[in-house]
Structures are given as structure tokens and as C-alpha cells.
Design a protein around this ligand. Structure first.
Ligand code: OOG
Length: 262
């Protein structure tokens, strides 16, 4: 068992690394006893710190490492989840500044917005779809606080699954308007295609990733709330962001979503 003080210290170290824009080394090296469960305790503490000091609130949740492409890229073979805060939302109308970010990457995702609470432990794909108000194309900017983006599963969970910013398209689609298994996705950087994928690359169906999370959350007394935005996990590997870049994600049957980096 790790001491509460140690968990508080790790959460504070991650909070400071993000606030003051620097990298830290993996905590698993110093604390080999760090488990997935304890890592979620640290994540909860980090979110409390951020809500208090940044005067923001929870806007939803995100899945991480739900596709083979992402798992292979990061060398981690289990999904994770993290919390989205209102101040992480970015408006695609304005260029994104990289000034307060460490080494940001961007990836295409499908956002689900909920009209009903979704409470585990026996949530299925069908339950997720019934509770969904709409889906929309999205992109997530991830920014690990760890040196060179290197982490183990507990490390990345403690670091709120590398959450940094998110962008959700303004067009809303009913879940039966789009094919959430076979819908194709094209990801471009500066008008050059860098990856393609299909919605089903996220655990066979992105709603399956959300069901997985809902069933995990209940063990911690948590659940998806009506109004929450949930990012269901990257469909492709992520792309490093540089000043002047533009990124576009186009899903079959949905309006494409683009962002410009300042
Ligand atoms: C972990 C978070 C990955 C996703 O959608 O796969 C993630 C990372 O790669 O840093 O958000």
C-alpha cells in the first residue's frame, strides 16, 4: 500500500509539470508498487487540484489506448480512461496555441454526448447507444507530462491518460445516422493523408469502449452523467503538432473537422 501523502505528492508533481510546462520521469521507477487502482486514486486527486486551482469543472471523460494502432504505438496493451475538464475544450474556429503545452500530439476520435446517466456494472453497447444524445467528429490533443512521452500503464493513468485539449465538431449526428462500425476515417496533416481507419478500430465499436469504461467506473463509485462529453479513443496513431500545421479528420457521412496550429 502506498501512503496517501505519496499519492498527493505524485498528483501535485503532475499538476505542476502541466502548469509550468515541463516533463517529469515515470513514477513507476521510483514506486514499483504503483498499481492501476492506485493510479486512478492519483488521477482523482489531480482532477481535484485542477478543478480548484483552474476554477473549472468536469465536462466529461475520455478513453485512451482503445485501438491496436495506439496500443502498439505506446507499448501499453490495455485501455485507460481520464477526465475532461471544461477548460480543455478548444474552439476549432480559432488557431490553437502550443505555448502552454509540452510536446503535444493530436488524434482523431468520435465524441459521444450523453442525454442520460450511464451506470455500470452491466452496461452494453446497446445501453450506450440508447443513452447517447448525439455523436460528432472530434480530435483530442494529448500531452504526456512524462519525459519523451514514455510511460507504463499506471503512469499514464495517474497523468489523466495524457489529456490536454479537445475539439468537438459542431454538427450533431444521431447514432443511427452513421455506421459506428464501418464508417471510414481519414486523418490529414497539411493536406497530406497521414492515416486512415474505421470506427470499428476502437474495440470493434466505439460504444464498446464506453461500455467498458462505464463498467470500470462503478467500481470507484463513479458513472457517466447526462450532459457528459465522452471521447471514445483514438482511431489512428497520433501526430506530433508543430506551429503552422493544420489537421483535418473526415469521417464518412459526417462533416469534416479541421484545426489550425498557431
Ligand atoms: C495515452 C492516451 C491515448 C487515445 O485515445 O488513445 C489516448 C497516450 O497515448 O499518451 O488518448
Amino acid at each position: 500500500m502506498m501512503k496517501t501523502d505519496t499519492l498527493d505528492q505524485i498528483a501535485y508533481a503532475l499538476y505542476l509539470a502541466e502548469r509550468d510546462v515541463y516533463e517529469v520521469t515515470k513514477f513507476v521507477e521510483r514506486y514499483p508498487e504503483l498499481t492501476v487502482e492506485t493510479a486512478y486514486d492519483i488521477q482523482d486527486k489531480l482532477i481535484e487540484l485542477k478543478c480548484k486551482h483552474e476554477q473549472t469543472s468536469i465536462s466529461g471523460l475520455k478513453l485512451g489506448l482503445t485501438s491496436k494502432a495506439k496500443q502498439q504505438m505506446m507499448g501499453v496493451h490495455e485501455p485507460t480512461y481520464g477526465v475532461l475538464l471544461a477548460n480543455m475544450a478548444v474552439n476549432a474556429q480559432h488557431p490553437i496555441s502550443l505555448k502552454s503545452l509540452i510536446h503535444p500530439k493530436i488524434e482523431p476520435e468520435i465524441a459521444f454526448v450523453f442525454k442520460e446517466d450511464l451506470v455500470g456494472p452491466v452496461v452494453t453497447v446497446a445501453h450506450v447507444l440508447i443513452a447517447t444524445a448525439y455523436v460528432a467528429p472530434a480530435m483530442e490533443i494529448i500531452d504526456s507530462r512524462y519525459l519523451n512521452f514514455h510511460f507504463t500503464l499506471p503512469d499514464v493513468i495517474a497523468d489523466n491518460s495524457s489529456s490536454s485539449r479537445y475539439i468537438v465538431g459542431s454538427q450533431k449526428y444521431a447514432v443511427n445516422e452513421v455506421d459506428l462500425v464501418n464508417m471510414g476515417c481519414i486523418f490529414t496533416q497539411n493536406d497530406e493523408m497521414i492515416a486512415t481507419s474505421t470506427a470499428g478500430s476502437v474495440m470493434g465499436h466505439p460504444a464498446r469502449a464506453i461500455a467498458w469504461m462505464a463498467n470500470k467506473l462503478i467500481a470507484r463509485g463513479q458513472h457517466i452523467r447526462a450532459g457528459d462529453i465522452v471521447l471514445s479513443g483514438a482511431l489512428t496513431g497520433s501526430a506530433t503538432m508543430h506551429a503552422g500545421d493544420s489537421f483535418t479528420v473526415s469521417f464518412d457521412g459526417m462533416e469534416s473537422l479541421s484545426v489550425q496550429v498557431e
